[in-house]
Write a protein that binds this ligand. Structure first.
Ligand code: HEM
Length: 183
């Protein structure tokens, strides 16, 4: 018969992607067959809990964490608290800070992060983003074309001058000729 044992010390610190962390807990549990079975069920419960009940954060809440000492990022619908990673990020803390207050997925993907960088993210995962609270991306709107200007005054004036100026020159030429002939 199975002897059920409870491991309160395991609570909240056992699972990250099916890998157990915490040596004490692992040692204690694997010492006995009963314990191992219990551990499996504990892990299953924890895994189910984690999978079915991630914390949902609103965009507004996440956006408030926008400092070096308190920095949350939204990447691919997930929320990461990268505060402990600020000093160690190979790309520097400034790019991480610049990724706050928005969906940083494109920033993250544009860099072409390695698989090990992606594995690392699990460490900082703190929940999902409530997508309905994320403001729509600002899309480029073509500026309205300047309305057609029906006022053709300058063009009209130029056309008249183009016609009048040669006439004036011609008139002047005739006048000069006329007066010089008289002399
Ligand atoms: C949880 C989030 C993040 C993690 C765990 C992470 C991790 C890493 C790691 C491990 C590298 C080294 C290269 C590699 O292995 O790919 C790296 C490089 C880099 N990261 Fe991140 N990163 C994160 C978010 C971001 C974000 C949001 C940006 C914004 C643009 C960014 C920008 C960069 C840049 C520019 C480099 C290149 C550094 C270089 O090669 O000169 N990272 N990141």
């Amino acid at each position: 018969m199975l002897k059920r044992k409870i491991y309160p010390e395991l609570e909240g610190k056992i699972l990250i992607n099916s890998k157990m962390i915490g040596n004490n807990a692992l040692g204690e549990v694997t010492n006995g067959v009963d314990g191992a079975i219990e551990l499996v069920s504990l892990l299953q419960v924890a895994a189910t809990d984690m999978a079915s009940d991630p914390k949902i954060h609103s965009f507004e809440e996440v956006s408030k964490h926008n400092q070096t000492k308190d920095c949350w990022l939204i990447i691919s619908g997930k929320v990461y608290d990268v505060t402990p990673f600020m000093d160690d990020h190979p790309g520097g803390d400034e790019v991480l800070l610049a990724g706050t207050g928005k969906d940083a997925t494109n920033d993250f993907e544009d860099v072409g992060h390695s698989d090990s960088a992606r594995d690392m993210m699990e460490k900082y995962y703190i929940g999902e983003i409530d997508t309905s609270t994320v403001p729509l991306k600002r899309t480029f709107v073509m500026p309205q074309q300047a309305p057609y200007n029906p006022d053709k005054t300058p063009e009209f004036l130029i056309k008249i001058l183009q016609f009048l100026v040669p006439l004036l020159i011609l008139g002047l030429a005739f006048a000069v000729r006329y007066f010089t002939k008289k002399d």
